[in-house]
Design a protein around this ligand. Structure first.
Ligand code: PXL
Length: 311
């Protein structure tokens, strides 16, 4: 049951007094560089996972180390695809990193690809994280009420146990329902979504953030629950009536990148929601837009401006 005593904080946008301060370049000798490790597949064509995380996080002035879990010709929304599981590479890479004394400020996982990968990633998190490391898990496996091809119940169970290792998880509604064994309904009420969030946190993550939640007409964003503060929170942005592949990967990459720039949770989620919306808008304007992904490359300057305004 939803505990109605918990506060719900709806964050409102803070408009910065000065736009685009001259000469204030990202990371220009101000703070030490942060290093994120992102673990997801590499789809050679399709604009998702690593082909989003790497350029987006780098553009945000944060080092992005990668651990590819699988190599695909293109993502699985295409009619056909090749899939080569790279799980046999994970342990030797981890050993090498340990010997080299390599550490990470954040570990960010997305589409992993196989149960074996998930088990290895759990070990990696145990070996490479401490109290200072942000463990950010996007349990990518489903959307619009359906699992992506290649996945089954065993994968869902493995992903559920991975979520226990997280500081924060960011499922969409379909993934949240699968993780909590709740029947999926597109038209769930806000109270039902709050109940889902409580169940998600009981899996073990400190904070759960449900993506694609509209709290008012014409807006969309996230609804989250912070189990330490015992507080629900929400961030909203303009709703653009179109859905594209890869937007979840953009949202997660921007959130982690913004957090590593020292921004607060609310600022980071707001920038992620605003940038995702701006990118969908820009894509819609392109008469030659690809069906398989968004034109995030064209909106990277906007992302940098948002970051500079917030910092
Ligand atoms: O954007 C999610 C994603 C990532 N990686 C691969 C996918 C998908 C969604 O279909 O197929 C390979």
């Amino acid at each position: 049951m939803v505990n109605y005593d918990y506060n719900l904080i709806i964050h409102t946008r803070k408009v910065s007094a000065e736009k685009l301060q001259q000469g204030k370049l990202l990371g220009k000798g101000i703070k030490p560089m942060k290093r994120i490790l992102t673990i997801q597949d590499i789809s050679c064509v399709g604009k998702c996972s690593l082909t989003i995380a790497l350029p987006v996080i780098s553009a945000m002035g944060v080092e992005c180390a990668v651990l590819p879990t699988a190599l695909l010709s293109n993502h699985t929304m295409f009619k056909s695809f090749t899939f080569d599981d790279l799980s046999d590479q994970i342990s030797p890479i981890m050993e090498c990193w340990k010997n080299e004394g390599i550490t990470f400020d954040a570990i960010y996982t997305g589409y992993l690809g196989s149960v074996q990968d998930i088990d290895l990633v759990k070990k990696l998190i145990a070996d490479f994280s401490n109290d200072e490391t942000l463990v950010f898990i996007d349990p990518v496996m489903a959307d619009n009420g359906k699992l992506y091809s290649n996945f089954d119940d065993t994968y869902v169970k493995a992903n559920t146990s991975l979520c226990a290792a997280a500081d924060v998880i960011v499922p969409n509604l379909t993934e949240a329902c699968l993780l909590t064994d709740t029947p999926y309904r597109e038209d769930m009420t806000i109270d039902e979504k709050k109940e889902l969030l409580l169940k998600l946190c009981s899996l073990g993550s400190k904070t759960s953030v449900l993506t694609g939640v509209s709290m008012e007409e014409g807006k969309t964003g996230v609804l989250g629950f912070d189990s330490e503060k015992k507080e629900f929170f929400s961030v909203q942005s303009e709703h653009i009536d179109a859905s594209f592949h890869g937007t979840g990967d953009i949202f997660s990459s921007v959130t982690v990148g913004a957090l590593m720039n020292g921004l607060s949770w609310e600022q980071s989620l707001q920038i992620a929601a605003d940038y995702t919306g701006a990118t969908i808008k820009a894509t819609l304007e392109d008469p030659k837009k690809p069906w398989y992904g968004v034109n995030f490359e064209q909106t990277i300057p906007q992302l940098i401006n948002m970051l500079r305004d917030a910092g």
